[in-house]
Write a protein that binds this ligand. Sequence first.
Ligand SMILES: O=C1C[C@@H](O)[C@H](O)[C@@H](O)C1=O
Length: 296
Amino acid sequence: MTIRIGNAPCSWGVEFANDPRNPDWKSVLKQCAEAGYKGIELGPVGFMPEDPAILADALAEHDLTLIGGVVFRAFHDPDAWDDVKDGAVRTCKALVAHGAKHLVLIDSISPRRAPTAGRAGESEQMQDIEWAPFRDRIATIARMGAEEYGLTVGIHAHAAGFMDFEPELDRLLDEVPEDILKICFDTGHHSYAGYDPVAFMKRHMERISYMHFKDIDPVVKARAIENRTGFYDACGQGIFCNLGQGDVDFPAVRQVLLDANYEGWCTVEQDCDPSMGTDTLGDARANREYLQSIGF
Ligand SMILES: O=C1C[C@@H](O)[C@H](O)[C@@H](O)C1=O
C-alpha cells in the first residue's frame, strides 16, 4: 500500500490568497520540501501563481507534487454564488494544469454558526428551504469538478460553517451521488465538532477519497468552545497542535487506512496565525517525523 504524506499552505498561516500577512509562496514550497514532504496543496487559489509555467518550475525545483486544492468559500450564502463559482473554476483549472487530483469543497465560516462551533446541539440548523439550494450549490460544483475537470471531489467539514457536524454531513452524503462527491476527511475538524474521527472513518471509509491530518489540543479546544472563540483566534491560541500531541488517535487512524487499503495522499494541516512568528518549518518537520515514527 502506498500512502504519501503532503502538507498545505494553511500550515504556514495561509488562509486567504490576498492576506498581506501571508509568507512568500516560494518560501512555503521551500520549507515544505525541506521538512521532507513530497506533495503540497494549492492553498487558496491566487496564493500560488496561476500561470502554470511559473508554478510548474517551482514545484519541480523542490520535487513537489501538487496534490489538490480547496474551494473554501461561502456555499451557504446565495449572494456569494459568483464568488464560489469563480474560486471553483480557477481552482479546477490550476489543479488540472499540474495533474493534481483532489478538489476539496469547504463551506466557509458563517457568523451564524461561528459562536456554536463545537456545540452541535445548540447550532442553528438550516430549514429545508435554505438547505436544498445550499446542497445543490455544493452538488453543482462537485459535478463540475468531477465531470468537466476529471477531479476527485471531496466534501470537507469545517468548524463554524454550515457543513460541520455529523448529521449534516451524513445528510449531504445521502442526498448527493457518490460518483460526484466523496469525502475529504479532516481528523481535526471532526474532533473540533465533537465527534470521534476514527469511528466516522470506520463507517465511511469506502467514500473517503482523501485525508487531511490535523491534530487538536483538547485543552485549547475546550476553552475555545466554552468562550465561543472565533476560528482564527483559536488558531492563534494553538488549537491545532503538532500531530501526536492532541486528541486525535493517529495510530488508530493509520490502522483504519491500512484495513481499507487506502492509497494516495494524506495531507498534514496545522493552521496557524501568520502574524505570530510560528516556527512553521520546525512544526512541519516535527509532524513528518511523528508520522514516520508511527509507520507512515
Ligand atoms: O482544509 C482546510 C483549508 C484551510 O484553509 C482551512 O481553514 C483549514 O482549517 C482546513 O481544514
